[in-house]
Write a protein that binds this ligand. Structure first.
Ligand code: NAP
Length: 299
């Protein structure tokens, strides 16, 4: 239980509602900033304005998945008010206060470092990335179905990258009956692809491999699906680029060539916001719980 913990949830989308639900269930006391248009009320959670928040009383600040903008602004789907998190606010928090975010940027990293507060990035955690790969794959299947006139079963699919998303994508498309090839640069990845009963290829061979592929699914956040690779693809090939913006595809050239290429960021939040929220809520509850027990033990 988190009885006695005071936590501020600052901005966010539907995923944050699962976090609020979980933390109030665990008896934490919550201040909700940027939620005034949310009709639902949670017992133990009070809607407040950022300028009214007592930062000195907070044990944790929870920011939305994207963190802040480079100007410190926080996304607020349930509010029309502008919410900005400043270094001054973070400095007012007690030294033990931890700031949780999905990802960071120079601004957020800078203000937390200057204020000497710990910043925990949930999306850098393997557990979150692996859990999140489940709704990501489901979203990818949805896109493949929506944008092709053939079945996934029997189609030739190339997955680029064997990271946390690549493994899940390759395994699921294989299970759906696709003929899956996976491109990687490390020999241990090529070995693993073979062990998974999939066809391995070196990324250097991508221009040859794509000659007879129906779907290319990229998970590599690096320009790999270049103009020269796209020029070798049949015109019916569908490219689904899952890598973080700007993706790894030359979209300008794909459009010129008439090859359909889709950048598909943030699929968990789009196809399964409840699940995506629960993933974050469970990990956050565990992390905050561990921190709380540690402090109680020390105090
Ligand atoms: P990951 O575990 O770090 O895997 C990344 C893969 O890319 C690894 O196989 C890595 O291979 C490879 N790679 C990286 N740089 C490369 C380069 N320059 N050349 C060749 N290979 C390279 O990351 P992940 O968790 O799978 O996520 C993959 C991407 O998807 C990220 O950009 C992430 O933000 C994004 N993502 C998108 C969604 C969505 O909804 N679209 C959801 C979740 C994640 P090595 O091991 O050889 O470096």
């Amino acid at each position: 239980m988190l009885t006695g913990m005071q936590i501020a949830v600052i901005g966010g989308d539907a995923r944050q509602l699962e976090i609020i639900r979980k933390l109030t269930e665990l008896d934490a006391k919550l201040s909700l900033i940027g939620f005034e248009q949310l009709e639902h009320a949670f017992t133990g959670a009070a809607k407040e304005k950022v300028e009214e928040l007592d930062f000195s009383a907070q044990d944790a600040l929870i920011l939305p998945v994207p963190g802040t903008s480079l100007e410190g602004q926080v996304e607020t789907i349930f509010s029309s008010e502008k919410v900005v998190v400043t270094q001054e606010m973070v400095e007012k928090t007690p030294p033990h206060c931890i700031i949780y975010s999905g990802i960071s940027n120079a601004y957020l990293t800078g203000i937390t470092q200057q204020a000497k507060r710990q910043l925990v990035l949930l999306f850098e955690r393997d557990d979150v990335a692996i859990y999140n790969s489940i709704p990501t794959v489901e979203g990818t299947i949805m896109m493949a179905i929506q944008h092709t006139d053939f079945t996934i079963h029997g189609s030739r699919v190339a997955v680029l990258g064997l990271g946390r998303v690549g493994v899940s994508v390759a395994r699921t498309f294989h299970a759906l009956g696709a003929k899956v090839s996976v491109g990687a640069r490390k020999s241990e990845h090529l070995a693993r692809i073979t062990e998974m009963s999939l066809r391995p290829f070196r990324l250097d061979d991508l221009p040859i491999i794509v000659r007879d592929m129906d779907i290319i699914i990229n998970t590599i956040p690096h320009p790999v699906v270049t103009a020269s690779v796209i020029s070798k693809m049949p015109s019916h090939t569908l490219i689904i680029d899952l890598a973080s913006k700007p993706g790894g595809t030359d979209f300008r050239y794909a459009e010129k060539r008439g090859v359909k290429a889709l950048l598909a960021p943030g699929l968990p939040g789009i196809v399964a916001p409840k699940t995506a929220g629960k993933i974050l809520a469970n990990v956050l509850a565990q992390l905050i719980g561990e921190e709380f027990s540690l402090r109680k033990g020390n105090g």
